[in-house]
Design a protein around this ligand. Structure first.
Ligand SMILES: Cc1ncc(COP(=O)(O)OP(=O)(O)O)c(N)n1
Ligand code: TZP
Ligand code: MG
Length: 207
């Protein structure tokens, strides 16, 4: 499957009280990858929510990715996204198998992406490209770096950090395959607006 389109990422605070309704609204609009991102240490809740998302994703034929936690991903039989301090890629690939989607955070460093490719990543993620409410301290990346990465890498490229419908177009023009979005999607004030935004992101990247 070609990894291209909207990559929706959940946020436990932002989605409090409307978690499944907003996720389903996004899936309804079309989501290529859905990442379950919960930075709490409540393992029981993480398992419960991830299981619900797996069920929802299978209904919408969307691939579920677990942030940070290769063990939980293995338990559920889904993909994982690993940052530079979330454990090495090679054992994660061995654990999850050759078909699993495994993503790697590369900040703004093409060398990290080349290494991730050698270690079996399915896609590489660069960012943050804009100011991010969700992760304000994430290292900054530029469009020039993205264009260079596009020339040098053969894996799908994901972009993240403050991505919105208003600013996503240049990212696509400079080589992005996956638009990873938290606030720009789930910061909407209704489920209808989440679905509308998901459709609009897809129109941007798939046209
Ligand atoms: C698609 C995507 N890209 C980057 C990240 C950031 O991962 P990481 O640097 O490990 O930071 P946390 O998200 O774990 O706080 C991501 N989660 N997803
Ligand atoms: C997890 C992460 N890594 C870099 S920026 C970011 C947050 C993305 O969230 P938002 O789309 O709200 O900026
Ligand atoms: Mg992480």
């Amino acid at each position: 499957m070609k990894l291209r389109g909207l990559y929706a990422i959940t946020d436990s605070q932002l989605l409090a009280g409307k978690f499944l309704a907003y996720v389903e609204a996004a899936l309804d609009g079309g989501v290529t990858l859905l990442q379950y991102r919960d930075k709490s240490s409540d393992e029981a809740r993480r398992l419960r929510e991830a299981e619900k998302l797996r069920e929802l994703c299978s209904r919408y034929k969307t691939q579920l990715i677990i942030n940070d936690d290769a063990e939980l991903a293995a338990r559920l039989g889904v993909g994982v996204h690993l940052g530079q301090t979330d454990g090495p890629l090679t054992p994660a690939r061995a654990l999850l198998g050759s078909k699993a989607i495994i993503g790697a955070t590369c900040h703004s460093q093409i060398e990290l992406a080349e290494q991730a490719a050698r270690e079996g990543a399915s896609y590489v993620a660069f960012g943050r490209f804009f100011n991010s409410n969700t992760k304000p301290g994430a290292p900054a990346a530029t469009l020039e770096m993205l264009a260079e990465a596009r020339k040098r890498l053969h894996l799908p490229i994901c972009v993240i950090g403050g991505v919105t419908l208003e600013n996503a177009e240049p990212l696509v023009a400079h080589g992005a395959d996956l638009l990873a979005v938290v606030h720009g999607l789930f910061g909407a004030d209704s489920t209808q607006e989440v679905t509308r935004r998901a459709r609009a992101f897809n129109a941007l990247i798939k046209s």
